[in-house]
Design a protein around this ligand. Sequence first.
Ligand code: GLU
Length: 313
Amino acid sequence: MSLIEIDRIQELLPQWLETSRQQCGYGKVASYIPELSNSPIDALGIHIMDAQGQSASAGDTGLSFTMQSISKVFTLILALMDNGENVVFDKVGMEPTGDNFNSMLKLELVQPGIPFNPLINAGAIAISSLIAGSNPAEKSARVLDFLRQLSNNSSLNYDLEVYRSEKDTANLNRSMAYFLKDNGVLQGQVEDVLDVYFRHCSVSVTCADLAQMALVLAHNGKNPLTGEELIPRRYVQIAKTFMITCGMYNASGEFAIQVGLPAKSGVSGGILSMVPGRYGIGLVGPSLNRKGNSIAGVALLEAISQEFDWSLF
Ligand code: GLU
């Protein structure tokens, strides 16, 4: 069944992609990290992979882009594998905020210093401090190795220009991190924690890399091609739940209604999504809507999910 469907997806994908691409002109590429403003505004690419390793793809799948917030799903998982649930959820909450990803508003307002969830910036910075390792280089190397393993791509690496560009301009994230440190949420030196965070956000991938990582999540932590368990099922369940409740910034509710799949987006225009038990999906479209999600990417996922009735709900 899956073989037939993936062929059908491949048939329809190029046309849907070109229709969705027309949305690109209505969005903007992120520019608060200066290097990201060089991203091609009209680009759109998608790669869908099934459990047999068959793929359907269309558009600008050769484009490399940085993972940005998509990496937060995997640092959360690694922090859970390193520390267990009690330690992690002592430092970050489990609730969506309804605010922007870089908002400080509720940090002070509701429960002092504890970020609402691990996918907003404050939460992900707290998670970066929980990655095991005796220094920032070792922690970053562990994250990169984990991403290489999940993507089955040993040459995955940082985009150092994006990394430096973010590090040089991250006043807001820096202020948040100092606030967290003051509240006892961060372990270690603030700049060391931020370095781990900036590095994982700057890991450069293609749509196929994201699709392969998503495929592992779609199969509850197992690589379906090798049968190897890479992540305990419980931690995949936690990550997927966060993807549904807060993976698409404060448009997660709308995305759940229109697409109905776990997903995480990043300011580079990347989206990692999946059809649980079946497909891994990697997508890029750097032109962003007002909520910070790929404008054409969301339109494309809506079209595919509705056509194939993929919504989980
Ligand atoms: N590195 C980005 C930041 O901290 C990630 C934001 C995102 O992709 O949502 O601002």
